[in-house]
Design a protein around this ligand. Structure first.
Ligand code: PRX
Length: 651
């Protein structure tokens, strides 16, 4: 990991606003190094001149967004582009639409009718292909099936599925009929799923018998069976049965087969007419305290924001083959596998694969076989590829690649350079895109054709006003650390936190007048923004947000644990790993066996992504006099650094 990240990650939990400049690797900020893409990129880009586009936006923000929105089809036009009643925003007021009309019907009426919409690849190289026409038909069948089992506009549907086309079909089918989907990543365990089902009061859960990962089958349905035990809202579970030889048995009282649900339903399912501000989906993200937050996104603004960025940030053209390696269970999948790319009419690749199975060439084989041109992945994967070496990509012909993207955590300069050289052939622009579940769309990056600066995501894209400020909201001097904030509302922003509007307001009230992202950043003299990491108790492990609170509560739910404190430890591959400090209950003694038990317990309750890498049994935890655990003291001790101000520490 580059020293700039290491230094700053270590200090971020202290009074970093004051200390940042001292501990920061200033060289990286001051000695600017740029990569300039070939001018042909700029000539053909959807946004040809960043500065000019940004000025156009500033001159008339509403017209800027309206112009983009006019490319899409609305059942009824808006009568006002934006209403900003701080901290509440509404976009395209009075307009009516259905996002699936723009992702499907709009293309069926054009030359895209028979264009490939989705190409799915399985681990063994199996392939399934959907044209726009076929996807349209399948979405309508599924939508009619959902209606048949009683799903209505506004109902919440939980989708807990592996990465198969049906996962996307289910999402679009919900949107088609105005049901609100809440997709839960298939790697979450029983408690995590139960909590999300209950918080959303999901009426239906859509799942599959199994997911396939690294040659193994993972039972998803059994997790659902346990997760719905204390979930009174659930009326039906829809099961996609992938194992045809020995189909899993269904419990007819509550379970129904995915295919059966759709069989015999009418072919057509006209899109539900949605108000621009009607909810489209809920997606849970870790909170720095307490349970995960159900981030609510709405139809109109989200559609415009993801359409615009898919087109302008990835610069997608009609003949591109676009592959985002995320899972639709995360916001990256919602915005940049499903809604954005389909709204622009792209050919989208999805793959139920991991970057290292059956070997570290799996991604490059897909790029070669399918002729992928635009490729979007996470720094953790890039660092893994770096470690195994460039011989892997060099075995494949990946010259089809045209644009590379990165998301989820900082792309450190070493990883940027490796990606640029060995995947991008010293030719493909890299868009390091900073955004969040809450923002719904990409916010900061370096637009295609602009010069790129390793270590820096870039500038706010046209349409977005972002800055780096101190706690009072005053912009910090270039080269100084601060909080990353957004200063104006944007179309795809979250509208609330489901059942917790107070938590929503906190985003806008922490720093007066700004949306606080919770990230630390530094702005260079050139205006480029380097995102350093989280300023709160969220740990980003391999690009996945994990709240310390969630892991701690999973740990204390084990009978042996009295108290738990969890910290993130910088890791060269994963970004961070999780370490837990535990006080045991009387009668339990520390042992390696207990450690494995506890790790297994977290795996089963929260899921494999949240498992601690290390556990240490302690007698006491550092606390403030009011009883709050001071995780930064544990972290400082663990990393051998100065803990900063400890005046509030008890004793
Ligand atoms: O800390 C930032 C990091 O990921 C967080 C958002 O996580 P999530 O809501 O799961 O969405 C991830 C995919 C959009 C941010 O607060 N993050 C995301 N992208 C970047 C990043 N950190 C640095 N550079 C990025 N490009």
């Amino acid at each position: 990991m580059h020293s700039a990240y290491r230094d700053v990650q270590e200090t971020k939990e202290r009074d970093w606003v004051n200390e940042m400049t001292e501990s920061f690797d200033v060289k990286l900020v001051e000695q600017a190094k740029y990569y300039t893409p070939d001018p042909s990129y700029r000539e053909h880009a959807w946004t040809q001149n960043y500065t000019q586009a940004y000025e156009e936006f500033l001159a008339d923000p509403e017209e800027f967004w309206a112009k983009i929105a006019r490319h899409l089809e609305w059942f009824k036009p808006w009568n006002k582009v934006r209403e900003w009643d701080y901290p509440y925003a509404k976009w395209f007021l009075g307009a009516q639409l259905n996002i699936t009309h723009n992702c499907l019907d709009r293309h069926i009426e054009t030359h895209r009718r028979n264009k490939v919409a989705l190409i799915w690849r399985g681990e063994e190289g199996e392939e399934r292909i959907y044209t726009y026409m076929k996807l349209y038909r399948e979405v309508m069948r599924c939508a009619n099936g959902l209606k048949r089992i009683g799903v209505q506009k506004g109902d919440r549907v939980c989708i807990y599925m592996p990465m198969v086309p049906e996962q996307i079909i289910a999402m679009l089918a919900c949107a088609r009929i105005g049901a609100v989907h809440s997709v839960v990543f298939g790697g979450f365990g029983v408690n995590a799923l139960n909590m999300r089902i209950n918080d959303a009061d999901a009426k239906v859960v859509i799942t599959a018998d199994v997911a396939i990962r690294r040659g193994k089958t993972i039972q998803l349905k059994t997790t659902v069976e346990e997760a719905i035990i204390n979930a009174p809202s659930v009326e039906k579970v829809v099961v996609l049965r992938r194992e045809k030889d020995q189909p899993v048995e269904l419990h007819p009282e509550i379970e129904i087969d995915f295919e059966e649900m759709m069989n015999g339903t009418p072919k057509e399912c006209p899109p539900e007419v949605m108000d621009s501000e009607d909810p489209l989906f809920i997606l849970y993200t870790s909170g720095s305290t307490g349970p995960p937050k159900g981030i609510v996104h709405t139809c109109g603004g989200y559609m415009v924001g993801t359409y615009y960025t898919s087109l302008h940030v990835f610069d997608i053209k009609d003949n591109d083959v676009y592959w985002c390696t995320a899972d639709p269970g995360w916001i990256t999948g919602h915005s940049y596998i499903v809604y954005g790319p389909l709204a622009v009419g792209a050919t989208v690749v999805i793959a139920e694969t991991t970057p290292d199975y059956p070997d570290p060439g799996s991604f490059w084989r897909i790029v070669q076989d399918l002729g992928v041109t635009v490729f979007y992945t996470a720094p953790t994967a890039i660092r893994m590829f770096m470690k195994v070496g460039e011989t892997w990509p060099s075995k494949y012909d990946i010259r089809s690649l045209r644009v590379l993207g990165s998301v989820g955590e900082p792309l450190n300069p070493e990883a940027f350079e490796w990606y640029y050289k060995f995947i991008g052939d010293n030719r493909c622009p890299i868009v390091d895109t900073w955004w969040q579940t809450e923002t719904g769309m990409q916010m900061i990056t370096t637009m295609i054709g602009e010069r790129m600066r390793p270590g820096f995501a870039g500038k706010p894209i046209p349409g977005i006003v972002a800055d780096v400020v101190n706690k009072e909201g005053i912009p910090v001097a270039p080269g100084t650390g601060g909080f990353l904030v957004i200063k104006e509302p944007w179309p795809a922003m979250l509208r609330t936190v489901f059942k917790n509007d107070e938590r929503y307001r906190k985003y806008w009230e922490t720093i007066p007048g700004c949306y606080t992202a919770g990230d630390l950043a530094v702005k260079g003299h050139d205006g480029y923004i380097m995102v350093i990491g989280r300023a709160d108790d969220i740990i980003i492990v391999s690009g996945h947000n994990i709240g310390t609170a969630e892991v701690e509560s999973a740990l204390v739910s084990h009978q042996a644990v009295a108290e738990a404190a969890v910290i993130g430890k910088p890791d060269p591959m994963k970004g961070n790993t999780i370490k837990a400090f535990l006080i045991l209950r009387v009668g339990h003694t520390p042992s390696d066996r207990l450690k494995s038990d506890l790790i297994y317990h977290v795996r089963m309750t929260l899921g494999p992504i949240a498992m601690p890498q290390e556990i240490e049994f302690v007698e006491k935890l550092p606390k403030t006099r009011s009883g709050k655990i001071m995780r930064r003291v544990l972290k400082a001790k663990e990393l051998g650094i100065d803990p900063g101000d400890i005046s509030t520490l008890e004793e």
